[in-house]
Design a protein around this ligand. Structure first.
Ligand code: FES
Ligand code: FES
Length: 167
């Protein structure tokens, strides 16, 4: 466990340093602070969405050293010394990432609540497998639930981002 102090109310607060989207952040957090809450509430990175908080919906998906994880199932103290990428890190400049562009082009979103998590899962897939099959795309986003769009356009968008077209 990282170093801690005990505040005036007797609550332990742990000193953690996490690299997020290339920048290091050092903060004091409680032992039970979830990574998703740390990102949203402490760092104002609200692109990561908080949905079920049970590991079921995937809306809180971020990359931990390149691998997609549910940030509602990880404590901020567990991420101490680790590297996280959020949706904000996918397109740090004014230009959109290719996956984002294709989601727009193919209409792979409606409410967009699930979209950041979908994009993070897609990014992780394309990083390890630049030319996935449609089955592999569907498998990669199986943990990301979308309640409004259906998956046809989302799958098309991810396939198009890999340079492949599906009918
Ligand atoms: S909020 Fe993390 S999986 Fe639903
Ligand atoms: S666009 Fe995914 S839940 Fe609405």
């Amino acid at each position: 466990m990282p170093n801690f102090i005990t505040d005036k109310d007797g609550i332990k607060r742990y000193l953690i340093t996490i690299k997020v989207n290339g920048d290091e952040y050092t903060r004091l957090v409680k032992a039970n602070t979830l990574l998703v809450n740390f990102l949203r509430d402490e760092l104002d990175l609200t692109g990561t969405k908080r949905g079920c908080e049970l590991g079921d919906c995937g809306s809180c998906t971020v990359l931990l050293e390149g691998k997609p994880i549910n940030s509602c199932l990880m404590l901020a103290v567990e991420a101490d010394g680790r590297e996280i990428t959020t949706i904000e890190g996918v397109a740090p400049t004014a230009e959109l990432d290719i996956v984002q562009e294709k989601f727009i082009e193919y209409g792979g979103l409606q409410c967009g609540y699930c979209t950041p998590g979908m994009i993070m899962s897609a990014k992780a897939l394309l990083a390890r497998n630049p030319k996935p099959t449609e089955y592999e795309v569907r498998e990669a986003i199986a943990g990301n639930l979308c309640r409004c769009t259906g998956y046809v356009n989302i799958v098309k968008a991810i396939m198009a981002a890999s340079g492949q077209e599906v009918q």
